[in-house]
Design a protein around this ligand. Structure first.
Ligand SMILES: [Zn+2]
Length: 257
Protein backbone atom coordinates (compact mmCIF):
# COMPACT_ATOMS: atom_id res chain seq x y z
CA UNK A 1 0.00 0.00 0.00
CA UNK A 2 2.88 2.38 0.80
CA UNK A 3 4.26 1.79 -2.69
CA UNK A 4 0.87 2.70 -4.18
CA UNK A 5 0.60 5.86 -2.04
CA UNK A 6 4.05 6.97 -3.22
CA UNK A 7 3.10 6.21 -6.84
CA UNK A 8 -0.09 8.24 -6.46
CA UNK A 9 1.81 11.20 -5.03
CA UNK A 10 4.23 10.94 -7.93
CA UNK A 11 1.32 10.74 -10.37
CA UNK A 12 -0.25 13.88 -8.85
CA UNK A 13 3.02 15.75 -9.18
CA UNK A 14 3.42 14.74 -12.82
CA UNK A 15 -0.15 15.11 -14.02
CA UNK A 16 -2.02 17.31 -11.54
CA UNK A 17 -4.75 14.62 -11.32
CA UNK A 18 -5.86 13.57 -7.85
CA UNK A 19 -7.20 10.08 -7.28
CA UNK A 20 -9.49 9.33 -4.34
CA UNK A 21 -9.61 5.79 -2.95
CA UNK A 22 -13.13 4.52 -2.21
CA UNK A 23 -12.54 0.84 -1.36
CA UNK A 24 -9.98 -1.91 -1.88
CA UNK A 25 -10.27 -1.93 -5.68
CA UNK A 26 -12.18 1.27 -6.43
CA UNK A 27 -10.80 4.77 -6.89
CA UNK A 28 -12.26 7.85 -8.50
CA UNK A 29 -10.84 10.81 -10.34
CA UNK A 30 -13.20 13.31 -8.72
CA UNK A 31 -15.49 15.55 -10.76
CA UNK A 32 -14.31 19.08 -11.42
CA UNK A 33 -16.22 21.42 -9.06
CA UNK A 34 -16.17 24.17 -11.73
CA UNK A 35 -19.66 23.85 -13.30
CA UNK A 36 -18.32 25.31 -16.57
CA UNK A 37 -15.85 22.43 -16.93
CA UNK A 38 -18.59 19.71 -16.95
CA UNK A 39 -16.10 16.98 -15.97
CA UNK A 40 -17.88 14.14 -14.13
CA UNK A 41 -16.38 11.60 -11.73
CA UNK A 42 -14.43 8.87 -13.52
CA UNK A 43 -14.35 5.50 -11.72
CA UNK A 44 -11.09 3.55 -11.74
CA UNK A 45 -11.31 -0.13 -10.78
CA UNK A 46 -7.80 -1.50 -10.34
CA UNK A 47 -7.40 -5.28 -10.68
CA UNK A 48 -4.15 -7.30 -10.74
CA UNK A 49 -4.12 -7.64 -14.53
CA UNK A 50 -6.21 -4.75 -15.82
CA UNK A 51 -7.82 -1.43 -15.00
CA UNK A 52 -11.49 -0.77 -15.73
CA UNK A 53 -12.90 2.74 -16.06
CA UNK A 54 -16.46 3.76 -15.30
CA UNK A 55 -17.07 6.60 -17.76
CA UNK A 56 -14.43 7.98 -20.06
CA UNK A 57 -13.91 11.67 -19.31
CA UNK A 58 -15.56 14.48 -21.25
CA UNK A 59 -13.17 14.56 -24.20
CA UNK A 60 -9.72 13.64 -25.46
CA UNK A 61 -7.98 16.29 -23.34
CA UNK A 62 -9.31 14.93 -20.03
CA UNK A 63 -8.88 11.32 -21.18
CA UNK A 64 -5.23 11.92 -22.10
CA UNK A 65 -4.50 13.40 -18.70
CA UNK A 66 -6.27 10.43 -17.06
CA UNK A 67 -4.06 8.06 -19.10
CA UNK A 68 -0.92 9.94 -18.04
CA UNK A 69 -2.00 9.72 -14.38
CA UNK A 70 -2.67 5.96 -14.65
CA UNK A 71 0.69 5.38 -16.36
CA UNK A 72 2.47 7.40 -13.64
CA UNK A 73 0.68 5.25 -11.02
CA UNK A 74 1.93 2.14 -12.82
CA UNK A 75 -1.51 0.50 -12.72
CA UNK A 76 -2.27 -2.32 -15.23
CA UNK A 77 -3.53 -1.18 -18.66
CA UNK A 78 -7.12 -0.06 -19.22
CA UNK A 79 -8.88 -3.01 -20.90
CA UNK A 80 -12.52 -2.04 -20.39
CA UNK A 81 -14.42 1.25 -20.22
CA UNK A 82 -18.05 1.25 -19.09
CA UNK A 83 -20.30 4.13 -20.15
CA UNK A 84 -23.01 4.84 -17.53
CA UNK A 85 -25.05 6.63 -20.25
CA UNK A 86 -24.48 8.34 -23.59
CA UNK A 87 -24.14 12.03 -22.58
CA UNK A 88 -20.99 13.60 -24.05
CA UNK A 89 -19.41 14.47 -20.71
CA UNK A 90 -19.32 10.73 -19.84
CA UNK A 91 -18.33 9.31 -23.22
CA UNK A 92 -16.43 11.71 -25.49
CA UNK A 93 -13.03 10.74 -24.00
CA UNK A 94 -13.67 7.09 -24.93
CA UNK A 95 -11.53 6.90 -28.06
CA UNK A 96 -8.26 7.53 -26.20
CA UNK A 97 -7.96 4.28 -24.24
CA UNK A 98 -7.96 1.68 -27.04
CA UNK A 99 -10.15 -0.47 -24.77
CA UNK A 100 -13.36 -2.47 -25.07
CA UNK A 101 -16.37 -0.30 -24.30
CA UNK A 102 -19.44 -1.71 -22.57
CA UNK A 103 -22.79 0.10 -22.40
CA UNK A 104 -26.53 -0.30 -22.77
CA UNK A 105 -27.82 -0.97 -26.28
CA UNK A 106 -29.66 2.39 -26.30
CA UNK A 107 -26.35 4.11 -25.48
CA UNK A 108 -24.90 2.57 -28.65
CA UNK A 109 -27.84 3.86 -30.66
CA UNK A 110 -27.65 7.39 -29.19
CA UNK A 111 -23.91 7.62 -29.87
CA UNK A 112 -24.28 6.17 -33.36
CA UNK A 113 -26.78 8.96 -34.06
CA UNK A 114 -24.42 11.59 -32.58
CA UNK A 115 -21.65 10.35 -34.88
CA UNK A 116 -23.62 11.68 -37.82
CA UNK A 117 -23.34 15.32 -36.57
CA UNK A 118 -20.80 17.48 -38.44
CA UNK A 119 -18.82 18.22 -35.25
CA UNK A 120 -16.82 21.45 -35.55
CA UNK A 121 -16.65 24.89 -33.90
CA UNK A 122 -19.00 26.19 -36.62
CA UNK A 123 -21.56 23.44 -35.92
CA UNK A 124 -21.45 24.28 -32.19
CA UNK A 125 -21.90 28.01 -32.91
CA UNK A 126 -24.94 27.17 -35.09
CA UNK A 127 -26.47 24.97 -32.38
CA UNK A 128 -26.00 27.71 -29.74
CA UNK A 129 -27.66 30.25 -32.06
CA UNK A 130 -30.62 27.85 -32.54
CA UNK A 131 -30.96 26.90 -28.85
CA UNK A 132 -29.34 29.49 -26.56
CA UNK A 133 -30.41 27.46 -23.48
CA UNK A 134 -27.80 24.86 -24.50
CA UNK A 135 -24.95 27.39 -24.66
CA UNK A 136 -23.21 26.43 -21.39
CA UNK A 137 -23.05 22.73 -22.30
CA UNK A 138 -21.88 23.36 -25.85
CA UNK A 139 -19.18 25.82 -24.73
CA UNK A 140 -17.90 23.26 -22.20
CA UNK A 141 -17.90 20.64 -24.96
CA UNK A 142 -15.90 22.89 -27.29
CA UNK A 143 -13.37 23.43 -24.46
CA UNK A 144 -13.04 19.67 -23.93
CA UNK A 145 -11.99 18.99 -27.54
CA UNK A 146 -8.49 20.00 -28.75
CA UNK A 147 -9.05 19.31 -32.41
CA UNK A 148 -12.31 18.33 -34.08
CA UNK A 149 -10.29 16.90 -36.99
CA UNK A 150 -8.88 14.20 -34.69
CA UNK A 151 -12.00 13.70 -32.58
CA UNK A 152 -13.91 10.46 -32.86
CA UNK A 153 -16.82 9.11 -30.83
CA UNK A 154 -15.91 5.65 -29.55
CA UNK A 155 -18.97 3.41 -29.88
CA UNK A 156 -19.56 0.60 -27.38
CA UNK A 157 -18.09 -2.72 -28.49
CA UNK A 158 -20.37 -4.78 -26.23
CA UNK A 159 -23.95 -3.91 -25.32
CA UNK A 160 -26.73 -5.37 -23.19
CA UNK A 161 -30.38 -4.58 -22.56
CA UNK A 162 -31.21 -5.75 -19.00
CA UNK A 163 -28.10 -6.73 -17.07
CA UNK A 164 -24.62 -8.13 -17.47
CA UNK A 165 -22.24 -9.72 -14.95
CA UNK A 166 -18.45 -9.93 -15.26
CA UNK A 167 -16.49 -12.37 -13.11
CA UNK A 168 -12.91 -11.24 -12.80
CA UNK A 169 -10.28 -12.91 -10.60
CA UNK A 170 -10.82 -10.72 -7.58
CA UNK A 171 -14.15 -9.01 -8.14
CA UNK A 172 -17.57 -9.31 -9.71
CA UNK A 173 -19.06 -6.40 -11.67
CA UNK A 174 -22.80 -6.32 -12.10
CA UNK A 175 -24.21 -3.88 -14.66
CA UNK A 176 -27.93 -3.19 -14.63
CA UNK A 177 -30.20 -1.02 -16.76
CA UNK A 178 -32.15 1.53 -14.71
CA UNK A 179 -33.18 4.21 -17.27
CA UNK A 180 -35.11 7.20 -15.88
CA UNK A 181 -35.94 10.79 -16.80
CA UNK A 182 -32.29 11.88 -17.23
CA UNK A 183 -31.32 9.33 -19.90
CA UNK A 184 -33.20 6.23 -21.05
CA UNK A 185 -29.93 4.25 -21.31
CA UNK A 186 -28.69 4.88 -17.75
CA UNK A 187 -27.12 1.87 -16.03
CA UNK A 188 -25.69 1.17 -12.59
CA UNK A 189 -22.34 -0.56 -12.05
CA UNK A 190 -22.01 -2.61 -8.86
CA UNK A 191 -18.59 -3.65 -7.62
CA UNK A 192 -20.03 -6.52 -5.61
CA UNK A 193 -17.21 -7.44 -3.21
CA UNK A 194 -16.45 -3.77 -2.46
CA UNK A 195 -20.13 -2.79 -1.85
CA UNK A 196 -19.75 0.18 -4.21
CA UNK A 197 -22.42 1.28 -6.70
CA UNK A 198 -21.75 3.67 -9.58
CA UNK A 199 -25.04 5.31 -10.54
CA UNK A 200 -23.99 7.86 -13.18
CA UNK A 201 -26.59 10.63 -13.50
CA UNK A 202 -29.60 8.27 -13.33
CA UNK A 203 -31.56 10.15 -10.64
CA UNK A 204 -30.91 13.64 -12.04
CA UNK A 205 -33.54 15.79 -13.80
CA UNK A 206 -33.78 15.71 -17.61
CA UNK A 207 -31.19 17.77 -19.47
CA UNK A 208 -32.02 20.93 -21.48
CA UNK A 209 -33.97 21.42 -23.70
CA UNK A 210 -36.28 18.79 -22.14
CA UNK A 211 -35.82 20.18 -18.61
CA UNK A 212 -38.81 22.04 -17.12
CA UNK A 213 -38.50 24.64 -14.34
CA UNK A 214 -40.20 22.38 -11.77
CA UNK A 215 -38.18 19.23 -12.57
CA UNK A 216 -36.57 17.64 -9.51
CA UNK A 217 -34.32 14.72 -8.69
CA UNK A 218 -36.08 11.41 -9.44
CA UNK A 219 -37.38 10.09 -6.11
CA UNK A 220 -38.61 6.81 -7.62
CA UNK A 221 -35.16 5.99 -9.04
CA UNK A 222 -33.47 6.99 -5.76
CA UNK A 223 -35.73 4.53 -3.90
CA UNK A 224 -34.75 1.82 -6.36
CA UNK A 225 -31.07 2.49 -5.60
CA UNK A 226 -31.45 1.89 -1.85
CA UNK A 227 -29.70 -1.37 -1.04
CA UNK A 228 -28.40 -2.69 2.30
CA UNK A 229 -25.45 -4.29 0.52
CA UNK A 230 -24.12 -0.95 -0.75
CA UNK A 231 -21.93 1.21 1.48
CA UNK A 232 -20.89 3.82 -1.09
CA UNK A 233 -22.82 5.37 -3.98
CA UNK A 234 -20.91 7.31 -6.65
CA UNK A 235 -22.88 9.58 -8.95
CA UNK A 236 -21.74 11.59 -11.94
CA UNK A 237 -21.30 15.07 -10.57
CA UNK A 238 -21.16 14.95 -6.77
CA UNK A 239 -19.22 13.62 -3.79
CA UNK A 240 -19.57 9.90 -2.96
CA UNK A 241 -22.32 9.25 -0.40
CA UNK A 242 -23.89 6.52 1.74
CA UNK A 243 -27.46 5.44 2.48
CA UNK A 244 -28.10 8.69 4.37
CA UNK A 245 -27.25 10.57 1.17
CA UNK A 246 -29.97 8.65 -0.70
CA UNK A 247 -32.54 9.58 1.98
CA UNK A 248 -31.50 13.26 1.84
CA UNK A 249 -31.90 13.29 -1.92
CA UNK A 250 -35.32 11.58 -1.75
CA UNK A 251 -36.43 14.24 0.74
CA UNK A 252 -35.08 16.97 -1.54
CA UNK A 253 -36.91 15.46 -4.53
CA UNK A 254 -40.20 15.14 -2.65
CA UNK A 255 -39.99 18.67 -1.22
CA UNK A 256 -39.43 20.07 -4.71
CA UNK A 257 -42.72 18.63 -5.98
ZN1 LIG B 1 -25.98 12.91 -17.98
Amino acid sequence: MLVKVIQIMQSQLETGITMQQISEHVWIIPQNPDPWAVQPNVGVIILPDQTILVDAGNGPKQAQSIMRALIAMKVPPVRHVIYTHHHWDHTFGGDIYGANVIAHQRCYEHLQHQMTAPWSDEYIAERIAEQPELAQGFRALANAIDSWAYFRIRLPTMTFTKNLTFHFDTITLHLEHIGGQHADDSITVRVVEDSVLFVGDCFYPPIPPQRQPDDTLDAAILKQLLDDNISCYIDGHGEPFGEEGIHQRIEEAEKGK
